[in-house]
Design a protein around this ligand. Structure first.
Ligand code: FAD
Length: 402
């Protein structure tokens, strides 16, 4: 009996740990293209980028864990092929390993800029450990940094660099940050916070060229503006790492298609985390979610199924982001809301509740962890709400859902 896991990040490591926790007696092999111990990604754009988190705190598990749990961790090895008939995987060092069950936890890879000048030295992306190390190194010689992208990565990088005392320009293609996933209220709050901290936010700008000679000097936008840059960091999204699955004929469509147990169209192969596309029974749609919660919860579903217990995946999606001293927390998915209700405690503490036909489908909180925890508890059932209580900071939030 053997289980091979491709990818040793949030999803892969959790799957391996859970297999052992559930008493899986077969061989567990965890293969990672990365050369370092499996690590947490969230700090890469936050504390680790700011150089205030020691490296040991980045590791998902201590190095002794893998040996103790009899998990064969293979670092610096890339799987190049899956042979479903033979039930084997090939590695880039010519090894060929057999599996009974296979878990694909290959995550996502960054989307790259395609404008002229994108390959100049000084243009960076942030997805893995080496990226952050590279950025930290380049920052030693950089003062003016242009960050491209108004998603979580762009915002977090801008906040971190501002904390490090850099001149930061943040270029956004859309009219507000996080425009696809949150309301104007949250976007406006973030815009204001970044501006207050001295970030030069430019909205509705399309980057047309990275200017430089060998090394980046400036970023040019469609309206002819040039922004001086000693370095550029682009956070323009990711694409699911689904090539292996595609090559061996598994069903893919913006992610590797899985059923409620994380099984692909080949039931001996599972796909979890950022690379998987699944149908969510509560939201009743096909989703691919990029979050630690989703990666770890899907890992539990897949490994539990491999151990013989089939429990359908239906976890509530949740996410967090740290920018300056603000903590943003999100539960549920706000797409399709028809109304919002705001519970404001102070200028810097608010919760935005997203309703669809008076049912709570999502919440964004800023520095209101208690509201996040309470809402997260109820949101799974899409409860009907009492809007007056929801908005009233002096009333117990629990009673809004009953
Ligand atoms: P990944 O973390 O992408 O890992 C996949 C692994 O598979 C990689 O190590 C890769 O090298 C390996 N791999 C790929 N192909 C192969 C192959 N062929 N052979 C061997 N190995 C392979 N989420 C939150 O919830 N909160 C946050 O605050 C947050 N902040 C983030 C900050 C940053 C900078 C980044 C990059 C992400 C952040 N995320 C955050 C998202 C979160 O980190 C991801 O959703 C999570 O890492 C997904 O885990 P995963 O295991 O599915 O995939």
């Amino acid at each position: 009996m053997s289980c091979i896991i491709i990818g040793a990040s949030h999803a892969g490591v959790q799957a391996a740990a859970n297999l052992r926790r559930q008493g899986y007696a077969g061989k567990v092999t965890l293969i990672s293209a990365d050369n370092v111990l499996p690590y947490q990604r969230p700090p890469l754009s936050k504390a680790f980028l700011q150089n205030v988190l020691p490296e040991q705190k980045l590791w998902l598990r201590p190095d002794t864990f893998y040996q103790q749990k009899d998990i064969d961790l293979m670092l610096g090895k890339r799987v190049t092929n899956i042979d479903r008939d033979q039930r084997t995987v090939s590695l880039d060092d010519m090894q060929c390993l057999s599996y009974d069950k296979l878990i694909i936890a290959t995550g996502a890879s960054i989307r790259r800029l395609t404008v002229p000048g994108s390959d100049l030295s000084g243009v960076h992306y942030l997805r893995d450990y080496q990226d952050t190390i590279g950025i930290r190194d380049s920052l030693k010689h950089a003062n003016n940094v242009v960050v491209i992208g108004g998603g979580y990565i762009g915002l977090e990088v801008a906040a971190s660099l501002q904390k490090l005392g850099k001149n930061v320009t943040l270029l956004l293609k859309h009219d507000r940050p996080l425009s696809h996933i949150t309301s104007n209220v949250v976007s406006d709050y973030l815009t204001q916070r970044h501006t207050t901290h001295g970030v030069n936010i430019q909205l509705n700008v399309v980057v047309t060229e990275i200017i430089g000679v060998d090394k980046v000097l400036a970023v040019e936008t469609q309206n002819g503006q040039r922004y001086q840059a000693d370095m550029v960091i682009a956070g323009i999204g990711v694409v699911p790492e689904q090539q292996l699955a595609e090559q061996c004929g598994l069903e893919v469509n913006n992610g590797i298609r899985v059923n409620e147990y994380m099984q692909t169209s080949d039931h001996n192969i599972f796909a979890i985390g950022d690379c998987s596309s699944f149908y969510h029974p509560v939201y009743q749609k096909q989703l691919r979610i990029e979050s630690v919660q989703n990666a770890t919860d899907q890992a539990k579903t897949a490994s539990t199924a491999i151990c013989g217990q089939f429990v359908p995946y239906s976890a509530t999606a949740w996410f967090w982001s740290d920018q300056y001293d603000d903590k943003l927390q999100t539960a549920g998915l706000s797409e399709g809301y028809d109304e919002i209700v705001i519970r404001q405690e102070t200028e810097k503490s608010l919760a935005v509740f997203y309703l669809a036909q008076n049912q709570l489908i999502a919440v964004d909180t800023i520095n209101q962890p208690k509201s996040f925890m309470i809402s997260r508890k109820y949101i799974h059932n899409l409860p009907k709400v009492n809007k007056i209580i929801l908005a009233d900071k002096n009333q117990d939030l629990n009673s809004a859902f009953t």
